[in-house]
Design a protein around this ligand. Structure first.
Ligand code: NAD
Ligand code: ZN
Ligand code: ZN
Length: 338
């Protein structure tokens, strides 16, 4: 099978011809139709994070494919079904987190395109219990980004505990941010979106943002405080930028919650005095559970969230990743392997 392989961090991926994997017990083999490109794939290929993937590996965790073979004991999926393979490849199913419906925190989890091979390939293995069943006939190109960008922002917004009629500030209008705006609007929130590029702010407005601001403008914070009447009740930070995390603390309302989702390597300063006296909650948010994913997919199925996608060839993986790094991707690039 054709696959895009990371052999060394920070180096171009190699397009290689590898044997297709075989599904083990409880697993299925998917013939990949489409595969979205998340900024996490770039962090993985660059070895950005404290825990690095073992080399070599195949990235990609927004894979949509047709079940081509079943391992032993598979329940719920049959050959020919359409399914998605998300970041949460599998979890142990019986630890305190799995038992509490927080399988995204399982310490024994495997992650697609990171600790196990992903969907930048003609075939990928999914765990039948964690794969997302998709309705036959769904558009494989536009649904792919829901498998990570969609579920992650849907969950991240819910983690801000904002309620209809309140304000949410969304940092970053990339693959995640452009769907985040739509989830937030569908959930009855007012949205102020921030990015640093004019075309991203235009996309934010198309996606329904009430206000779209250049995060680097000197009056960005003041305008937000004024428009929201004292700060956003919730903030979702998807920007791959530490200054954005810092600015989130300046635009959040007293008693508000900041959902940290973007993963730029490094640290950002947290003003203890402000956080304490304003009773701010700073909360990490990592993808979403199977239940969250089913809910996120339902918003897309109902047409409440529409992804902006650009089809690309797997062979162009290095151009795609360098465009993503340069902030030149409008929405999401999705490899089309059909
Ligand atoms: P992307 O590159 O498509 O989008 C990032 C956006 O941030 C770009 O539009 C960029 O212009 C913008 N940006 C850069 N600096 C900014 C600033 N100072 N203020 C506002 N916006 C700024 O990336 P993506 O695929 O949307 O992923 C975003 C981040 O989220 C990555 O770090 C990724 O690893 C992470 N991520 C986290 C989870 C999770 O579960 N927590 C899941 C998926 C992705
Ligand atoms: Zn992702
Ligand atoms: Zn577990």
């Amino acid at each position: 099978m054709k696959a895009a392989v990371v052999r060394a961090f920070g180096r171009p991926l190699a397009i290689e011809d590898l044997p297709a994997p075989r599904p083990g017990p409880g697993e299925v083999l998917l013939k990949v139709q489409t595969s979205g490109v998340c900024h996490t794939d770039l962090h993985a290929a660059d070895g950005d994070w404290p825990v690095q993937p073992a080399l070599p590996f195949i990235p990609g965790h927004e894979g949509v494919g047709v079940v081509a073979a079943l391992g032993s004991g598979v329940k719920g999926l049959r050959e020919g079904d359409l399914a998605g393979v998300p970041w949460l490849h599998d979890a142990c199913g019986h630890c305190e987190y799995c038992n509490a419906g927080w399988e995204t925190l399982c310490e024994a989890q495997h992650n697609t395109g990171y600790s196990v091979n992903g969907a930048f390939a003609e075939y990928v293995i999914a765990n039948a219990a964690y794969a997302a069943p998709l309705p036959a006939g769904v558009d494989a190109l536009s649904i792919a980004p829901i498998l990570c960008a969609g579920v992650t922002t849907y969950k991240g917004i819910r983690e801000t505990e904002t309620r209809p009629g309140e304000w949410i500030a969304i940092y970053g209008v990339g693959g995640l941010g452009h769907v985040a705006i739509q989830y937030a609007k569908a959930m009855g929130l007012h949205v102020v979106a921030f990015d640093i590029a004019a075309d991203k702010l235009a996309l934010a407005r198309e996606c329904g943002a009430d206000l779209a601001l250049d995060a680097t403008a000197s009056d960005a914070v003041a305008r937000t405080l004024q428009a929201t009447g004292g700060g956003a009740h919730g903030v979702l930070v998807t920007a791959v930028s530490l200054p954005a995390f810092e600015q989130a603390l300046a635009v959040v309302r007293r008693r508000g919650t900041i959902s940290l989702v973007g993963l730029p390597p490094g640290h950002f300063p947290t003003p203890v005095f402000d956080v304490v006296l304003k009773r701010i909650t700073l909360r990490g948010s990592i993808v979403g559970t199977r239940r969250d994913l089913a809910e996120a997919l339902a918003f897309a199925a109902e047409g409440k969230v529409r992804t902006r996608v650009h089809a690309a060839r797997l062979e162009d993986v290095n151009v795609v990743l360098s465009n993503l790094k340069a902030g030149k991707v409008d929405g999401r690039v999705v490899f089309d392997l059909r």
